[in-house]
Design a protein around this ligand. Structure first.
Ligand SMILES: Nc1ncnc2c1ncn2[C@@H]1O[C@H](COP(=O)(O)OP(=O)(O)OP(=O)(O)O)[C@@H](O)[C@H]1O
Length: 488
């Protein structure tokens, strides 16, 4: 194997190597021995392949580390200019999770031990052999991969936490924040009420997050998404043989959240029979799986949400009064966005920043008149509709500014009046052209109204239009995007 030129990628460099090892060594013979040992060691990082970079000096190594991600460093302890210990501290300042293996001569083991005391992952004694180096590297690679994956999870957690941030500045928003804090401090049942998209799910999560049980499970049970026939077994579980198909014992979703929080979304949809069973669970703090004879004790906080006026349902006899009172120990009513307009600009800017980042787009900002357009609209789909309009506006915006016309083009009310005006001028056109225009105008209005009614959820809008989601998306692409491009 030819010796790699120092300060250049080693020969084993491959075009797409997921795991990279940096060797810091000034002695070309030692570099060659190490590369040979690595070759023989048959390393298999989980990503498949790996690449190696060689630098003869600590400075060269630090420069590389500042330019690209490396997964593992193998460094000599005696380097020109800066010794291995200093290099170790500098590397730790760049990335405290990067595993560093030090290579040393037998007569300098004390300094290698000192390096380990300061956080080096391991040490290898020269002359390096494929067996010792291989064994130590195998271990280091596994650790490095675990740390790398852990860092990805940490990053995702941070992004998810940011995505869940409630923002606002209206008096109603302040009241909601106070209620969240109060509810978090006690373990009572909470009932959150408000129109669709007002952020009830986010509020429920915030209560859990601010409670002492924040590290315990947060179990969401959407009462609309579980088929009625399966609801009881999903919620309370079943024992083996409880019914045909119950081949094994299965714990219910409630039991699985023991110690934490259960969020019952759309509680108004819970059938009356299950309302009675849920009430028993709330009152007695125990669940009885279907077919079971023994009850299981539970310690759970329940949060329920609904966009239906539950009092009306109680009066109509379709929701149990006793369950209603049992749920509404702490009550958090969430007014619709049109009744707390001061929240709109804050939410819009927050969503714009978050969505551009998520979509990998450059930072965007609103033209002042775009904010005015947002504030003037009534938002029947509340925060969810606002989020979807902003997402589409980012996609349609020609540059880094979202303008009033981008917003207005996406709001159904504007479209309706716009359509009426354009229909008035159609008779001036030849029949074929007028017909094509009319179909175009109709499709735009239709798509926007369907989208608004579905709170911007394309799957729902497509379903209520009776066409496949893919077809709906194609229509959106053809009619909604073209229209905005023309308008610019
Ligand atoms: N105060 C807020 N701050 C930031 N974003 C918000 C706020 N309120 C709502 N949103 C946005 O609206 C979206 C919908 O929120 P969420 O799902 O919690 O509403 P919901 O009331 O539970 O809706 P549904 O009744 O349809 O289940 C969120 O993902 C978020 O993008």
């Amino acid at each position: 194997m030819p010796a790699p030129a120092l300060d250049r990628p080693a020969d084993r460099r491959r075009p797409k190597a997921p795991f990279s090892i940096l060797i810091v060594e000034d002695n070309p013979t030692d570099v060659e021995v190490m590369l040979h040992a690595l070759e023989e060691a048959d390393l298999k990082p989980l990503g498949g392949d790996f690449e190696m970079e060689v630098r003869p000096t600590a400075e060269g190594a630090l420069k590389l580390l500042s330019e690209q991600a490396v997964d593992l460093v193998l460094t000599d302890m005696m380097l020109p200019g800066m010794d291995g210990l200093d290099l170790l501290s500098r590397i730790q300042a760049i990335d405290r999770n990067l595993p560093v293996l030090v290579v040393t001569r037998m007569n300098a083991v004390a300094s290698a031990v000192e390096a380990m005391r300061r956080g080096a992952f391991d040490y290898v004694i020269k002359p390096v052999t494929p067996e010792t180096l291989g064994m130590r590297l195998h271990r280091a690679i596994r650790i490095s991969e675990i740390l790398r994956r852990h860092a990805v999870y940490e990053q995702q957690d941070r992004q998810e936490a940011a995505a869940l941030t409630l923002v606002g500045e209206s008096a109603a928003y302040e009241r909601i924040m106070r209620s969240i804090q109060e509810a978090a401090g006690v373990r009572s049942t909470v009932l959150i009420t408000g129109e669709t998209g007002t952020g009830k799910g986010m509020i429920a999560r915030a209560v859990h997050q601010q409670s002492p049980e924040r590290d315990r499970p947060f179990q969401v049970i959407d009462c609309t998404s579980i088929p009625e026939g399966m609801m009881e077994s999903e919620l309370f579980g079943h024992v083996r043989g409880a019914f045909t198909g119950a081949v094994a014992e299965k714990p219910g979703l409630i039991e699985l959240a023991n110690g934490g929080t259960v969020f019952l979304d759309e509680i108004g949809e819970l059938p009356l029979t299950l309302q009675a069973k849920l009430l028993r669970v709330l009152e007695e703090n125990e669940v009885r799986p279907i077919g079971g004879t023994r009850v299981r004790r539970i310690d759970i906080r329940f949060i329920a949400a609904t966009n239906q006026p539950l009092e009306d349902r109680v009066r109509a006899g379709t929701f149990r009064r006793d369950l209603y009172y049992r749920l509404a120990v702490v009550s958090i009513p969430v007014p619709p966005l049109r009744e707390r307009r001061p929240d709109i600009p804050v939410m819009a800017r927050h969503l714009l920043m978050r969505l551009t980042r998520e979509m990998g787009r450059a930072r965007c900002h609103f033209e002042e008149s775009a904010i005015e357009a947002l504030m003037a609209y009534d938002w029947p789909g509340n925060g969810r509709e606002l989020r979807n309009v902003i997402e589409q506006a980012i996609m349609l915006a020609a540059d880094d500014t979202v303008r009033a016309r981008d917003i207005l083009a996406l709001l159904p009310r504007h479209e309706a009046s716009h359509a009426t005006e354009s229909h008035a001028g159609l008779s001036a056109l030849p029949y074929a052209e007028a017909k094509e225009r009319a179909i175009e105008e109709f499709t735009k209005v239709y798509l926007r109204e369907k989208l608004a009614a579905a709170g911007g959820v394309i799957t729902k809008a497509a379903e209520s239009s009776g066409i496949p989601r893919q077809h709906f998306s194609l229509l959106m692409k053809r009619f909604l995007e073209n229209e905005t491009a023309e308008g610019q």
